[in-house]
Design a protein around this ligand. Structure first.
Ligand code: UT7
Length: 339
């Protein structure tokens, strides 16, 4: 595509294809009100969630990732052998190692790619997108498959009403490549972390700090723990702040955005963030009502759905913004590159 020598640092890089996959089992709010001290109204009013998907016992994250990846590769019209890197952003790998990206590579038969996982909790997809764009701008890689996937049902305590109602399973995949049109693709990214937030959302056992044992299982420490109010309090102001900062340093305004794609953790967080930014809610893409919080899959699956619905056109100005455990958060501005 380019004549050598090429200064890749100046090359436009963007998303050239997108796919997503959700397991078929639908778990509606009345499932939880059937056995827990909760109600359909509480879940809907406090989170915006009506239903979520749950993987079958045979499905792990690499299986969901495989389906989403296949969709993205088909849209791009390429075969897996044409990939030179696969990144999987996940907090629910099939196992601690090997990397889920390697398991995905095996299923895809994408043996020309090097593969690794990236864990930045809910913000993994945006962090990985930044890595993918940077790898391409370094000139080292040319065509990267990036999948955001989580099988949250595998780390949920279905007796803990404060977490089990919030999350769902799913995957979203994108192909990231250099673009010929310098106006399109990722314009800017701003990522932030604050490890002081780590105590508010975590998975206590199964790592080197607290290896899994009969006791940790007995205590349910292989399940997600969240202090929701503390996360909520930090999430929406930081999402708004980082979003406005990226816009400002690019000389752009909220009014110029065609679509705002926030991480889908809670509809009230999205509303509060939009309010802080002065962004009309109609510009924010929302699918949390049908899928819950799918962690690393929220943003790429929203992109796929928005594209299918005709809300994204070549040149659309799009802002992706996320917040999650770590704390880790950030925002990416891009001009949509797909026709
Ligand atoms: O993606 C990763 C980042 N995660 C997030 O961004 C999540 C951020 N946090 C949240 O979305 C919200 O804080 C939650 C949805 C988790 C909770 O909503 P909240 O309005 O902050 O509720 P709360 O935690 O302050 O709880 C209010 C009450 C409590 O009862 P008391 O102590 O006031 O008697 C909870 O025990 O609601 C209770 N509660 C529930 N009641 C019915 C918590 N979960 C439920 C439930 N059904 N499922």
């Amino acid at each position: 595509m380019f004549n050598n020598p090429v200064d890749f640092s100046k090359v436009a890089v963007g998303i050239t294809a997108v796919g997503s996959y959700f397991p078929t089992e639908v778990v509606a709010n009345d499932y939880f009100s059937g056995y827990l001290d909760t109600s359909e109204a509480w879940i809907l009013e406090r989170t915006g969630i009506r239903e979520r998907r749950r993987a079958s016992p045979e499905q792990a994250s690499s299986d969901l990732a495989f389906e989403a990846a296949r969709g993205a590769l088909a849209m791009r019209g390429i075969v897996p052998a044409e990939l030179d890197c696969i990144i999987v952003a996940t907090v629910t790998p099939d196992m601690l190692f090997p990397a889920t990206a390697c398991l995905l590579q095996k299923r895809l038969e994408a043996f020309g790619a090097f593969c690794f996982d990236l864990n930045a909790a809910c913000s993994g997809f945006l962090y990985a997108l930044h890595v993918a764009v940077s790898l391409i701008r370094s000139g080292a890689q040319h065509r990267i498959l990036l999948v955001g996937v989580d099988t949250m049902s595998s780390i949920l305590d279905y007796q803990d009403r404060s977490t089990c109602v919030l999350f769902g399973d799913g995957a979203g995949a994108v192909v990231v490549e250099a673009l010929e049109n310098p106006e399109l693709g990722v314009l800017d990214t701003l990522l932030r972390s604050d490890g002081r937030g780590g105590e508010y959302l975590f998975l206590p056992a199964g790592g080197s700090r607290k290896p899994a044992s009969p006791e940790t299982v007995q205590e349910g420490e292989h399940y997600i723990r969240q202090f929701g109010k503390q996360v909520f309090r930090h999430a929406y102001p930081e999402m708004a702040k980082v979003s406005l900062e990226v816009l400002e340093r690019n000389g752009l305004t909220v009014a110029e955005l065609d679509l705002f794609v926030p991480h889908q953790a809670n509809l009230r967080i999205i509303e509060a963030c939009a309010r802080e930014m002065g962004l009309p809610l109609t510009k924010a893409f929302v699918n949390i009502d049908r899928y819950g919080n799918t962690t690393n899959a929220t943003i790429p699956s929203c992109l796929h759905e928005a594209y299918r619905e005709g809300r994204l056109h070549r040149g659309s100005l799009v802002q992706l913004t996320t917040f999650g455990a770590g704390f880790a958060w950030g925002s990416t501005l891009l001009r949509w590159a797909i026709e």
